[in-house]
Structures are given as structure tokens and as C-alpha cells.
Design a protein around this ligand. Structure first.
Ligand code: HEC
Ligand code: HEC
Ligand code: HEC
Ligand code: HEC
Length: 213
């Protein structure tokens, strides 16, 4: 390779790095105070030093149910899921992460609306969780036995420890944080914990950590 070509490769590599790093910022890159507070913290299972910002909406009757599901979810999101919904119900988001302008990952330029104004980050304004993967329920060995298609949560997650250690909260529950890690940019586009989710070979690896399918 000529020196010119080497330079070219370096420039391209640096550009790709910027895109990748810039693309999927961890929530914690915007600060910690939107979730934690160093003093006068409130108690929330699985969220140390919780800042106390609650979801403004009720999800009673809007949690996932199905005729084949064995687990029983809480009536409202609890643990870290309650924290997530404080913004992902569309209520508090703009105060924190929401003050940042959205960037087009392909061009590196700010995304603008029809009037040319920059579009700000806004969390998904979910009204309903009945069409999302179930959360806020205990996943233990008994559930695996009852279901017949689930691994025992003492099994290896492939992330360093067991499913229970790496993906369940201190109460042994599945939460939003089971699949997402807000402190890392994760893999893929969705702050996913350890495994991407996509079409193609091994695209279901995240799901197969727990499901025998
Ligand atoms: C969007 C919410 C959110 C933000 C922002 C956030 N955290 Fe967290 N933090 C959590 C949740 C949820 C947990 C529970 C563990 C988990 O699921 O990752 C946690 C756990 C922790 C823990 C204890 C467990 C562990 O993983 O070590 C520490 C320490 C921590 N956070 C520090 C920070 C710091 C420092 C920042 C800012 C640089 C930060 N967090 C920003 C949500 C957040
Ligand atoms: C302080 C407000 C706030 C809290 C709390 C919060 N989020 Fe978010 N979240 C946002 C905003 C704003 C966006 C939109 C960012 C964007 O457009 O990329 C977002 C985007 C996301 C995305 C999409 C990632 C991306 O790059 O587009 C995921 C996944 C996510 N959040 C998961 C979570 C989970 C899981 C929790 C709870 C542990 C949580 N969030 C708590 C504000 C919040
Ligand atoms: C069983 C794993 C799993 C659980 C539990 C889970 N997610 Fe996700 N989430 C994913 C995967 C996989 C994607 C990417 C595929 C997609 O967008 O459908 C995603 C995408 C997202 C996105 C970005 C796309 C969008 O629809 O806006 C947000 C935001 C998000 N999740 C937030 C949450 C919140 C908040 C919770 C808890 C209420 C949660 N997730 C629970 C696996 C999960
Ligand atoms: C940490 C473990 C875990 C991961 C990872 C996980 N799930 Fe689940 N999932 C569960 C448990 C536990 C249940 C509750 C099963 C029951 O009670 O019947 C469940 C329920 C479901 C259901 C509803 C089943 C029913 O009978 O209504 C579907 C569908 C599903 N998961 C698909 C997925 C997909 C797709 C992914 C990957 C994006 C995924 N799961 C990732 C543990 C997990």
C-alpha cells in the first residue's frame, strides 16, 4: 500500500468511527441526573439513587397479556421499567436528553423539519404496553418449568454470568433493562445488551438467551 492509500484508509476509518460513536449515544452520555441523584434519593427496586421522576401515565390494563403466557405481570411498570416510562411515555424527556438536536447518522448533519428547524430528541410516547414484550414479572425456574419453552434463568446468558445475574433485576424480574443497557451504546441501534436483533443468521440470538425456539 502506498502512503497515500494508507492515509486514505486512516481517514475513512476515522470517519466511520465518528459515525459509529456519534450514532448510538448511551443515555448516560447526557448526564446522570435524569435518573440518579446523589442526595435525597427515592427507593425503586433495581435503580440505585433513583431521582424520583415518575411516569405521568397509568398503564393499568395496558400491560401485555396472552392466552399462552404463564407469567403474571405487575399492574403498572415497576423497577427500572417505571424509570424508563418516566420519559418513554412522552412526559419528561425534553428536560434532559431531549435538549439535544438529532443528527442524521449517514451525513452527520442535523435533521431538520419541513420549516428547516432542527428536530430534537424525543422519546417514544408510549400510551400502551400491551403490544410490547412483557415486563415487570418474575422469571424463575418455576416459570421455566410451567412454560416448557424457556431456559432456567440460572443458565449462562453468554454475557459473563447467568441470565438472572445479567438480565433480571434484584427481584428476579424481566424489565426494560433486561434487553437494554442505558449506560452503554450497546450493540446495533437500540442500546441492546450484548446481542443485536435483526434479520439473518443469528438475528434471534438475544431472544434465544431465554427462549428455546
Ligand atoms: C436513563 C437512566 C439512567 C441514566 C441517565 C444513568 N443511569 Fe445509572 N442506572 C440506571 C439503571 C436503570 C440502573 C440499574 C442497573 C441497570 O439496569 O443498568 C443504573 C445503575 C447504576 C449504577 C449501579 C449498578 C451498576 O451498573 O454499576 C451506577 C453506579 C450508575 N447507574 C451510575 C450512573 C452514572 C455515573 C451515570 C451518568 C454518567 C448514570 N448512571 C446514568 C439508569 C440510568
Ligand atoms: C430522561 C429521559 C429518559 C429516560 C429516563 C429514559 N430514556 Fe430512553 N430515550 C430518551 C430519549 C429522549 C430518546 C430518544 C433519543 C434518540 O432519538 O435517539 C431515548 C431513546 C431510547 C432508545 C432508542 C435508542 C436510540 O438510539 O434511538 C432506547 C432503546 C431507550 N431509550 C431505552 C430506554 C430504557 C430501557 C430506559 C430505562 C432504563 C430509558 N430509555 C429511560 C429519554 C429517556
Ligand atoms: C425482550 C427484550 C426487550 C425488552 C424487555 C424491551 N425491549 Fe425495547 N427493544 C428491543 C429490541 C430487540 C429493539 C429493536 C427492535 C425494534 O425496534 O423493534 C427494541 C427497541 C426499542 C426502542 C427503539 C425503537 C422504538 O420503538 O422506539 C425503544 C425506545 C425501546 N426499545 C424501549 C424499551 C422500553 C422503554 C422497554 C420497557 C418498557 C423495552 N424497550 C423493553 C428489545 C426489548
Ligand atoms: C431475559 C429473558 C428473555 C429474553 C432475552 C427475551 N424473552 Fe421473551 N419472554 C421471556 C419470558 C420469561 C416470557 C414470559 C413467558 C410466559 O410466561 O409464558 C417471555 C414472553 C415472550 C413472548 C410472549 C409469549 C406468550 O405466551 O404470550 C414472546 C412472543 C416473546 N417473549 C418473544 C421474545 C423475543 C422476540 C425476544 C427477543 C427480541 C425475547 N422474547 C427476549 C423471557 C425473555
Amino acid at each position: 500500500m502506498t502512503t497515500e492509500m494508507k492515509k486514505m484508509v486512516l481517514v475513512v476509518a476515522a470517519f466511520v468511527c465518528v459515525l459509529v460513536v456519534g450514532a448510538y449515544a448511551a443515555h448516560s452520555d447526557y448526564g446522570c441526573d435524569s435518573c440518579h441523584t446523589p442526595h435525597n434519593a427515592e427507593a425503586l427496586v433495581g435503580v440505585p439513587l433513583w431521582n424520583g421522576s415518575e411516569t405521568m401515565k397509568s398503564f393499568a390494563g395496558k400491560m401485555y397479556t396472552s392466552t399462552s403466557m404463564d407469567a403474571v405481570t405487575a399492574e403498572e411498570p415497576d423497577g427500572a421499567s417505571k424509570l424508563c416510562m418516566s420519559c418513554h411515555d412522552g412526559s419528561n424527556g425534553h428536560t434532559y436528553i431531549g435538549t439535544h438536536t438529532k443528527i442524521d447518522y449517514d451525513t452527520g448533519s442535523p435533521i431538520v423539519d419541513d420549516d428547516g428547524n432542527p428536530v430534537n430528541f424525543a422519546p417514544t410516547a408510549w400510551e400502551d404496553l400491551s403490544n410490547s414484550h412483557p415486563i415487570s414479572f418474575v422469571y424463575d425456574e418455576q416459570l421455566a418449568l410451567d412454560d416448557g419453552g424457556l431456559k432456567n434463568p440460572t443458565e449462562d446468558s453468554g454475557l459473563g454470568g447467568s441470565i438472572a445475574d445479567d438480565m433480571l433485576d434484584p427481584a428476579g424480574k424481566v424489565q426494560c433493562t433486561t434487553c437494554h443497557d442505558v449506560h452503554t451504546s450497546g450493540v446495533g441501534e437500540n442500546l441492546l445488551r450484548g446481542y443485536d436483533y435483526f434479520h439473518g443468521p443469528n438475528g434471534g440470538a438475544l431472544c434465544r438467551v431465554c427462549h428455546e425456539k
